[in-house]
Design a protein around this ligand. Structure first.
Ligand code: HEM
Length: 153
């Protein structure tokens, strides 16, 4: 049951961060539809609260209980503790960099919609989100590899 909940968390978490990138690329592809872009960045934020947050909780709570039950120490170097560090890095990036950027993207895309053209401020935060978002997606994918590979066991 714990493993099921943990894997469900992985599906929700990874599934949502990967599809968020897909929707954002789709919204910016080809002719710039400012209304569509504004709606997309708002929905990326909403989907984070609906899928990413429960995903994080399902990964962390059952993950810690299983680590304790299976006797993995989180205070020494092993694939579980390294995974926790990597997961924490992406969590910190999400909380302190990506969420604030998403709030700005919502605000600036609304400004762009009002002005009828994409503002430089929106383009700047959008580019930053693309870069940090790519890193914050690759890091948990490395965690997934460690989880399945379980090096050293
Ligand atoms: C992006 C983050 C994570 C992903 C995608 C992920 C994914 C997975 C998957 C797919 C498995 C099943 C592996 C298998 O049965 O072969 C698993 C197992 C496990 N995970 Fe995670 N996990 C993540 C984070 C964490 C964290 C942060 C912890 C610890 C706090 C953790 C602890 C565990 C434990 C203890 C197992 C059971 C290993 C075993 O059966 O020997 N996971 N994880």
């Amino acid at each position: 049951m714990l493993l099921f909940l943990h894997v469900l968390g992985a599906v929700l978490f990874l599934g949502n961060i990967i599809t968020a990138a897909f929707w954002k690329v789709r919204a910016h592809y080809g002719k710039q539809d400012l209304h569509n872009i504004h709606l997309t960045v708002k929905n990326i934020m909403l989907a984070d609260y609906i899928f990413t947050v429960p995903g994080i909780l399902l990964l962390l709570i059952p993950g810690h209980i299983m680590a304790f039950q299976l006797g993995y120490s989180l205070l020494t170097w092993n694939w579980v503790s390294v995974s926790l560090i990597l997961f924490s890095i992406s969590g910190i990036m999400w909380l302190f960099i990506l969420l604030p950027l998403q709030r700005k993207m919502i605000r600036f895309s609304e400004d762009s919609l009002r002005l009828g053209e994409q503002t430089a401020a929106y383009r700047m935060v959008s580019k930053k989100w693309d870069i940090y978002g790519t890193v914050a997606t690759i890091v948990p994918l490395i965690t997934l590899v460690l989880m399945v590979w379980k090096p050293g066991t």
